[in-house]
Design a protein around this ligand. Structure first.
Ligand SMILES: Nc1ncnc2c1ncn2[C@@H]1O[C@H](COP(=O)(O)OP(=O)(O)OP(=O)(O)O)[C@@H](O)[C@H]1O
Length: 235
């Protein structure tokens, strides 16, 4: 299932937070979404998930318009928002069962069991979410994003706050999920792009300044590291 974005824009008064961007994310590939703080990444992701209405332009997932078919779209995508908003008073299993029921899944307890194992939450599964460390909260966020086995994953800084061990576990999980899904992941970590992403888009002040495969971007700038390329394009 492809994600196709055409001339998408979001204006807040005079500010063009996202200014007419177009790109495509393809199945079986992981697209890295990069840009400096305030460039418009989260705003774009919120428009892709139907959480925010665009000022103009359109986003399409599996041939369906996000704006015209918001409920259908929500069944197809898994979304991990920035800062992992969660119900802190709920227990891990209780929360994941609640999310599974919201999606109308059958075999809720079996699926909850599966995702708990998949994201490495077995040790923490009986705790209240509010008691978990940041990294484990992030895992709960990831679990709720994949519980309904969506074909499209939109992950806003999924590895922020993880320790090095957790980082490699979660990256391996995302890589694995990306083998047969469409994944869009925003990040500030260039090693993550190297380790995970097939394609990359870079946004600066609401405008796309790069849109290609990671390999092609490196070919275009043969002597520069990804970090240097990023700096050059976003200054
Ligand atoms: N509700 C809002 N009202 C007004 N301006 C907003 C609103 N939401 C976002 N913005 C502005 O839009 C711009 C883009 O913000 P956005 O959160 O999309 O950036 P980002 O690329 O995700 O940044 P970061 O890397 O820091 O998370 C920023 O200048 C931000 O202040």
């Amino acid at each position: 299932m492809s994600v196709i974005v055409r001339n998408l824009a979001k204006h807040y008064g005079e500010q063009k937070a996202v200014n007419q961007i177009s790109f495509e994310a393809k199945p079986g590939r992981i697209l890295g979404f990069l840009g400096p703080n305030g460039a418009g990444k989260s705003t774009t992701m919120k428009m892709l998930t139907g959480y925010l209405q665009p000022t103009s332009g359109e986003a399409e997932i599996a041939g369906k318009s996000v704006q015209l078919a918001p409920l259908e779209i929500k069944k197809l995508i898994g979304y991990l928002p920035e800062n992992t908003p969660l119900y802190l008073e709920m227990y891990v299993r209780e929360f994941l069962s609640f999310v599974a029921e919201t999606y109308g899944l059958k075999n809720v307890s079996q699926r909850v069991e599966e995702v708990i194992k998949l994201v490495g939450l077995v040790q923490e599964q009986h705790k209240k979410i509010g008691m978990l460390s940041k990294g484990y909260k992030q895992r709960v966020g990831l679990a709720q994003a994949i519980i309904h086995q969506p074909q499209v994953l939109i992950l806003d800084e999924p590895t922020s706050g993880l320790d090095p061990n957790q980082l490699s576990d979660i990256r391996a999980l995302i890589k694995n999920l990306g083998s047969d899904r469409t994944v869009i992941i925003s990040t500030h970590i260039m090693q993550e792009v190297e380790a995970l992403c097939d394609d990359v888009i870079i946004i600066n002040k609401g405008v796309l300044v790069a849109n290609s495969s990671v390999a092609d971007l490196k070919k275009e700038h043969p002597t520069a590291s990804l970090e240097e390329i990023f700096k050059k394009l976003t200054r």
